[in-house]
Design a protein around this ligand. Sequence first.
Ligand code: CU
Length: 236
Amino acid sequence: MRTKLGYAAGLAVLAATTIAFGGPSGGSISGKVTYEGTPARQKPIDMSKEPSCAKQHPTPITTETVVTGPGNALLNVVVYISAGVPDDPPPAQPAAVDQKGCQYIPHVIPMVVNQELKVVNDDPTSHNIHPLAKINNEWNKSQPPGTPPFIEKFGKPEFIPVKCNIHPWMHSSFAVLKNSHYAVSSGDGGFSLPNLPPGKYTITAWHESYGDQTQDVTISGNETKTINFVFKAKPY
Ligand SMILES: [Cu+2]
């Protein structure tokens, strides 16, 4: 009986320790990313040189350098904690980019340093993915149709423009980050960074055309802080 009690008490201590030091914490930072001014109009893409892709888009798609939503929402902005949290080990689950309809999906691909990136070709044509890295090693890889996905990794934090050496309209960005506290602004420009213990953080918002902005935020207890980012649209 004493043994059982002791075991139970030990478990209770273990549980308390987990909650205090290791478990998810309740603080969070959320908000919206918007733009002011008039963003450059996105141009329709002519895919007639690649009929297998063109026919996947009954309505021609446009460039995605600046993607906006209702209420001046600015999409595809990577919002991440740039100071105040320790670096994370690479998550077990790979990040992924799909080449489909001669587009990169998603357009912006965040990942953690040394996390596996799975590169998929879902098109009946070859792609040659070419991340124009400056801090990491630059490489380019041809991926014929029907070949299996391949895995790559980036060992240093960097925002990397990505292009296809075969289809000049294909562009994307890899965001290689030091930790898993990131979000990409979606349909209404919203983002959320959950599971933050109390502390002082620097939040950076990065957009491929409009650059980056930072804000400092202090979280105490389990509070949710709201911060917003407003980017000035570059004129035409
Ligand atoms: Cu391509």
